[in-house]
Structure formats: structure tokens, C-alpha cells
Design a protein around this ligand. Structure first.
Ligand code: HEM
Length: 181
């Protein structure tokens, strides 16, 4: 997992909780990297699991909820750092299929060692989408946070429901549909 994901995570904890919380979290986590990440370095994804699990123990917030919040934060960072990926795109249903087909392809060119998930999008009917996430890293709630932030970015009234559909490889299907009022 790229160091930038870890540095963004620390920044979020600094911001939403406190720098002291980040410090305590690193102390208790006893990470192989020592908790020192450079944005281009690559680190064991297990370190993220350790950090999120320990933060959950410290705060009482569940691991999936923490990952969802982190996904929302990451989306804003991606938007600010890579505006070119959003040029000419006017809705989440237009953007989301580009993640696998274009965005992550470009990410892989920039960082050949990136560990990226696979997404398959389908349009069951106009205005809805299913997005199937497959990754050994078990980060479906992170993907959900990213998708939710993407919907908010375009100011849309869509909701997301998720279903685990396989465990090997871990696969989650997101159903993105108009919000029922
Ligand atoms: C809503 C849109 C997006 C979704 C749902 C998404 C999903 C994900 C997920 C779930 C991961 C974690 C790795 C895994 O689960 O295997 C990931 C990693 C990553 N994504 Fe995306 N992504 C999105 C948009 C973007 C954008 C716009 C960028 C901008 C460049 C980006 C760049 C990256 C990078 C750099 C990583 C880290 C790879 C690594 O740690 O080695 N993603 N993405």
C-alpha cells in the first residue's frame, strides 16, 4: 500500500481527533515500518489493518465506519491532487466506471507497485449502477466512502447499499440507486 494512503490516514486522525491521538496510535501499533511513511514508498497493507483496528479500540468507532470516513477524506484529496481525472465529467455514474478503466490504470503507470482493486460496473437501468469490488485487501468500506463522497461531490441524490457476494477473492457489490423520498 502506498505511503500516501498512510500519510493521509494520519492527517485525518490529526484533524478529526488530535495529533496526540495519532502519536498514541503509532506507539501502541508497533509497526514494522515504525510508522514512518514516505508518500512514494510501499508498505504492507497489514499495517493499515493494525492502525484501523487499534483506532477502533481507542475510539469505540467500528472498523468499517472508520474506513468509510477515511474513504470520504481520500476522495477529497484525490480530487484536489488529480483534478485532470475529473475534467469533463458531470456525474458520479459517469465517473465511477472510469475508476477501473482509466484512473487506476493511470495510477498504475505512475506507481507500478500500487496495489489496486478491480471494479466492474453495470447499468441495470438508467440512473442506477452496480459496482462490484474485488480485492484481497478487504477494503470494501473504504470503497463505499469513496463512492459516497463522489456522489456528494456531484450533489446527487443517490444511495449506496452493499452486499458481500464472495469471500475468495473477497467481493462486494455496491448498488447505487436514486434515493427513495
Ligand atoms: C470513487 C472513486 C474511487 C474508488 C471507489 C477507489 C477505490 C480504491 C480502493 C478501495 C483502494 C484500496 C486498495 C484496494 O482495495 O485494493 C484504492 C487505492 C488507490 N486508489 Fe482508488 N478509488 C477511487 C478513485 C481514485 C482516484 C480519483 C484516484 C486518483 C489518482 C485513486 C488512486 C488510488 C491510489 C493511489 C490508491 C493506492 C494504491 C496502493 O496503495 O498501492 N483512486 N482505490
Amino acid at each position: 500500500m502506498k505511503g500516501m494512503v498512510f500519510t493521509e490516514f494520519m492527517e485525518l486522525v490529526d484533524e478529526k481527533l488530535s495529533p496526540e491521538t495519532t502519536e498514541r496510535l503509532l506507539e501502541m501499533s508497533d509497526l514494522p515500518s515504525g510508522g514512518i511513511y514516505t508518500s512514494v514508498g510501499n508498505y504492507d497493507p497489514q499495517e493499515m489493518v493494525t492502525l484501523v483496528t487499534n483506532l477502533s479500540g481507542m475510539t469505540g468507532t467500528s472498523v468499517p465506519d472508520l474506513l468509510k470516513t477515511f474513504g470520504r477524506h481520500l476522495f477529497k484529496r484525490f480530487l484536489a491532487s488529480f483534478p485532470e481525472f475529473f475534467e469533463g465529467i458531470n456525474s458520479s455514474l459517469e465517473f465511477l466506471p472510469h475508476v477501473d478503466g482509466y484512473v487506476h490504470v493511470e495510477v498504475r503507470k505512475l506507481y507500478p507497485d500500487a496495489e489496486l482493486p478491480t471494479f466492474t460496473c453495470e447499468v441495470p437501468e438508467p440512473g442506477s449502477m452496480t459496482m462490484t469490488y474485488e480485492s484481497k485487501r478487504h477494503l470494501a468500506p473504504l470503497a463505499e466512502g469513496l463512492i459516497l463522497a463522489c456522489i456528494d461531490h456531484y450533489g446527487e441524490s443517490l444511495e449506496v447499499r452493499s452486499e458481500t457476494i464472495a469471500s475468495d477473492p473477497p467481493t462486494t457489490k455496491f448498488f447505487i440507486t436514486p434515493k427513495q423520498t
